[in-house]
Design a protein around this ligand. Sequence first.
Ligand code: HEM
Length: 559
Amino acid sequence: MLLKLFYLFITFLLILFVASYILILFKSKRKAIVEMVLPSGAIVKRAFHQAPGPHPWPILGNLDIIGQFDNPFKGFGTLANCYGDIYSLTLGHTRCLVVNNLELIREVLNKNGKFFGGRPDFLRYHKLFGGDRNNSLALCDWSQLQQKRRNLARRHCSPRESSSYFCKMSLIGCAEADTLLEELEKVIVPGQPVALKPILNAACANMFIQYMCSMRFEYDDEEFKKIVWFFDEIFWEINQGHPLDFLPWLSPFYNQHTNRIAHWSTTIRKFILDRVLEHRELNIDPEEPDNDFTDALLKSLIENENMCRNTIIFMLEDFIGGHSAVGNLIMLVFAYIAKDPAIGRHIQFEADVISNRGERSITLEDMEHMPYTMATIFEVLRYSSSPIVPHVATEDSVISGFGVTKGTIVFINNYILNMSQESWKNPQSFWPERFLEEKSIKNTQRTSTFNDKRKISEGSDSGIEFEENNYLLSTRDNQSNLNLPEFQLKKNLPHFLPFSIGKRTCIGQNLVRGFGFILLSNILLHYNVSTPDISNIKINPASLALPANCFPLILTARV
Ligand code: HEM
């Protein structure tokens, strides 16, 4: 009897292996069928072979190869040496395409963006957004609702320099930075390391919540502290690969993990509902202009039949959650400063000059006069190469002559772009100066006001929205008097895509730069940052996320 069971089990496994292998081979051999328009105007269907790649195993596909690397994006780069800049992989049973150079990335995200608007169907994504990842702005597939949500969010959450939203961001950021400094004074014991990340994240969360919902929370509010921590856990989680993504049949073994993810996000949504929305819904006046993002969301409930109450709770979850990205980014800046104090001293030099040695807080208007500070933020973005959320082909298409079948996940390898010897001098070194250039005469002699800015990235497809820095002549004179170096941020680096390009580019990049700058500059204006033990600072390549419970730092008040 036992022997029979054993044979049955072996037969079952064999069938499973064979079925898996047939499915994998079928998916990898299938040609993409694409309609082409001939010069005569006639439309014909043509079949295209998929890009080559390593031969897949049953069940695992090529997960065995990727699993050998401490970071998948490093692995993608190594494989490019064997298979070229575009190649296919099979992860579990999912067909994937990896693109490794700028031209190909543009071809996917810009030229053919309409065919690659989907997102992967990972179980963890569903768990984070109430069982349906389409509730999330960043993890949903492209749709009309998404277009509407993006437009609404862009209006409020992508403040342009000339807008009133930008002034609002500056005021909120500076007020919260002052409160943070008071908070730090309370918790810092001279010479002792402090767990900075939760406090920094709380300050970022308050900046975001004030900007989007016109309210803030105390740093010792236990519920607030909890959701800030959970947001940070989610940011870490979402930046990690997980076996479940490609082997979803393992889910019974990861129940505890997925339940934990669901718990984090339901707790956050309950907080948003109880402590933010309920109070706001009572006070909404449809006749009054929008005061903030929450007003706009609540009004869209009345105006747009596609919107429902859940949609706006999820949108607030998504957008308030953006604060964790800023907190992690600034923690990373501090990590690099702790490793190389000269970087901190350069930023402090700029901060001292602009604020007349701390006589006033640093505001967003100072951003363009502190190019080294911004260059340091950009260098962290380059060096940590935040992965671009994978895209998915929504129909058969062609990239660089290779067929891409519907459902293929496309990995955009911006890590390889950021570490390329051709694009960057000594890419392995952390060197903010690479983002600076000497200010041209043309630029420094312009006479225009702070509000008179022309966006020069128009027509460029760089994900970074650069503004031309036109200083008032008087401001320039001040600058020379103050002896600031005549440098500016390099503009329009087409190979630098930290926020991606195309129709799903990041909506939060202006908030990142604005709030990130205010936090970094004001903290360094008042404190030196160091570490009790440099070996504690562990930074993963190709990741902007640090574990929620990460290294402490020593903050020493400047005299
Ligand atoms: C350092 C911080 C950040 C980095 C490096 C970053 C980077 C990115 C990248 C690479 C994408 C993917 C674009 C694509 O799929 O092609 C993205 C999407 C997105 N980001 Fe960010 N982001 C940051 C912070 C934020 C913040 C603070 C917010 C919100 C307040 C935000 C909101 C979004 C949204 C909504 C999307 C999805 C857009 C869509 O799929 O249509 N991000 N971000």
